[in-house]
Design a protein around this ligand. Structure first.
Ligand code: GLP
Length: 241
């Protein structure tokens, strides 16, 4: 694993945007796997800036997102569809973008369909990830196994708690989501994971320097051949000496 230590969130975002730009320059028709949450907002903002300056062109790029809440319509301002449009898709010229469809009732059908989309695109070239406080990636919550494919998950209390800040009340936070599986994520050719803040320092240590276990889903990334971790000083402040 390559680790880039940055001064703060802004520097983390610029470094991550540089790595994504390099991917798009080296392979203009690449498939980017994208993430939501507060971690990638700065990265997307930087990419939009460079796009506006004419430094990056997404005309041949396709994107697939990691996850989506189950039950939220696309126009709900808390859906990941809405988030991605607001923070990136509405501002750049991405050729095509896919997210799981949170409104599809039949979970099994939707998950199967989403895996098929990823497969038909030839897989993901570069997958961007954030890291949940409990070690989740996408919405793969701590479990007794690593889920292989896109599936429907029951969100854990800690995740619902962490995400409630975006909703009017905790009762409005969806209890389920569709997410790429750990197998889907591990099939990406390259992984870029971004983490900032002292509140993530313990989970960064456990995920990347602790045992590989489904109780810390991100720990599986230790087995991926091409992972880049971009994290700020605070998030890297508790690594083993
Ligand atoms: C959310 C998302 C994840 C994200 C994570 C961390 O629940 N489903 O994809 O990476 O939690 O979020 P944040 O970057 O806001 O800390």
């Amino acid at each position: 694993m390559k680790i880039y230590k940055t001064k703060n969130y802004d520097a983390m975002s610029r470094t991550a945007a540089n790595i994504i730009s390099a991917q798009v320059i080296m392979k203009p028709n690449c498939v980017l796997g994208l993430a939501t949450g507060s971690s990638p907002i700065g990265t997307y903002k930087q990419l939009v800036d460079w796009y506006n300056k004419g430094d990056i062109n997404f005309a041949q790029v396709t994107t697939v997102n990691l996850d989506e809440y189950r039950g939220l319509t696309r126009d709900n301002d808390q859906s990941y569809y809405y988030f991605m449009h607001k923070n990136l898709f509405d501002h750049v010229n991405i050729k095509a973008s896919y997210l799981p469809d949170g409104t599809r009732e039949d979970a099994e059908e939707e998950c199967h369909h989403y895996e098929e989309i990823i497969r038909s695109l030839g897989g993901v070239d570069l997958q961007l990830l954030g890291l949940g406080h409990n070690g989740h990636i996408g919405f793969n919550e701590p479990a007794d196994h690593f889920p292989k494919e896109t599936h429907c998950v029951d969100l854990q209390e800690r995740t619902i708690e962490a995400n409630k800040r975006f909703f009017a009340s905790i009762d409005d936070v969806p209890r389920q989501a569709y997410t790429m599986g750990i197998g889907t994520i591990m099939r990406a050719r390259k992984i870029l994971i971004i983490v900032s803040g002292e509140d993530k320092a313990d989970i960064v240590r456990d995920a990347f320097f602790g045992p590989i276990t489904p109780t810390v889903p991100a720990s599986i990334l230790q087995l991926h051949p091409d992972v880049t971790l971009v994290a700020d000083e605070a998030a890297l402040s508790r690594l083993p000496q």
